[in-house]
Design a protein. Sequence first.
Length: 133
Amino acid sequence: SPLNWENCAILDFNELSWGKPWRCRENAVHRLPGEFLDTSAPNAVLKFEFEGRGMAFVKMHGKRSANTLLRIDGQEWIDTDADSYVADWQGENGWHKVNYSGDLEYGKHVAEIKVVMNNLGSRCAIEMIGVVK
């Protein structure tokens, strides 16, 4: 089916217009290869455009992780961590958490990911952003 995830693309961080307080770092600690975007700044927003029917981002979710909010096309912020729990066995860096926003009309969209401090920490490490075409 042309509407499944086989028709998806990974965004290159270097093609996004990000700046301070975000940093692009080599992935030496996490389990995925390549680079990741990282910040510890409360209320930092990563804003980017994409063309497709949906998008997903993968972040590390562990004991030092901040929560993230997601907004598409200026709509209401969605708490991507409302149902998340960090167990002791997940450690400081945690595990890969996939956050998906789909079922959009195909076209150009603007996504915003906002970092929100919580009682766990303020670190946000985004390892991958994918777009469903």
